[in-house]
Design a protein around this ligand. Structure first.
Ligand SMILES: [Zn+2]
Length: 281
């Protein structure tokens, strides 16, 4: 008798977790996507967000759908007196969702372990009230887990406002922290986000490993690099700064690191060089 009850409970759990919840999530997202995207949101993004501006029109419409769902699912919280407005949300959502654009199978699933986005007016100061030396940051990312801890991305608004309107020498704290979110999906960031299969993982390890090693050598020897020198800190940071270079310094990255560019392009499912060619026509 007890065995039958256990089996029944397992079946009920399976149906709720794997069938009913995903169905409800899909229905809710379809509803949000059908809502309108205000024309002045579009104008704000055209004027202030470089990556939105250079997108072909069909991808702009796709990005707008991603933004609508992102705004509905994530909670934005101002820190140190910062007031969140719809424009704060749009600036962050639009650039975070650039990383989802080419994900046709929805494997990245709107950063599922992220719940909160904390926005600071200036820098983020860690250990402010502790004895250790304070650490000053532009951004930080942590993912949630099944024990109930909610994932958080911390961002400096001053940095976003300064760097978002232009390619800004390949620097973008939103791309950086949300690349960490993709990388942290299974816990600690390693520089290898979720890939389709073992073959892709092996290929990623080989190309990324070589590129990371060469980058560390170049930084050590104080040679100029297309990829931010900060990437030499760890393979996780390397993935985050390569993501920034891929979207913002696309031509230079492709010219100097063609294998890396192709690999990252395959992962994100987009080719930003084509966006720029189309934008410059
Ligand atoms: Zn980082």
């Amino acid at each position: 008798m007890t065995d039958i009850i256990l089996i029944l409970l397992f079946i009920i759990f399976f149906i709720i977790y794997y069938l009913i919840i995903p169905y409800q999530v899909k229905r809710r997202r379809t509803f949000f996507k059908k809502s309108s995207f205000c024309p002045h949101w579009h104008h704000f993004l055209e004027k202030n967000i470089y990556l939105y501006r250079i997108l072909p029109n069909n991808l702009k419409l796709e990005l707008q759908d991603y933004i609508k769902v992102f705004l509905a699912e994530k909670e934005f919280i101002g820190q140190d007196g910062f007031i969140i407005t719809i424009y704060t949300k749009l600036a962050i959502a639009s650039q975070a969702c650039i990383l989802l654009l080419g994900d046709k199978e929805n494997r990245r699933n709107y950063f599922p372990y992220l719940k909160y986005i904390y926005v600071y007016p200036q820098m983020i100061i860690e250990n402010k009230n502790k004895k250790e030396n304070p650490i000053i940051l532009l951004g930080l990312s942590s993912v949630g887990d099944k024990s109930g801890y909610d994932g958080v991305v911390y961002l400096s608004w001053a940095e976003i406002a300064e760097k978002s309107p232009y390619p800004s020498k390949g620097e973008n704290v939103i791309l950086h922290e949300f690349a960490h979110q993709l990388d942290q999906e299974f816990g600690n960031a390693t520089g290898m986000p979720r890939l389709k299969n073992l073959q892709e993982s092996l290929m990623w390890g080989e190309i990324f490993g070589k590129e990371y090693y060469n980058h560390c050598q170049a930084v050590k020897n104080q040679q100029p690099t297309v990829i931010d020198a900060y990437g030499a800190i760890s393979s996780a940071e390397f993935f985050a700064v390569v993501t920034e270079a891929f979207f913002l310094n696309s031509r230079l990255l492709q010219a100097n690191h063609p294998l890396l560019y192709d690999q990252v392009s395959k992962f994100y499912g987009v080719d930003p060089i084509q966006w720029i060619i189309n934008y410059e026509l």
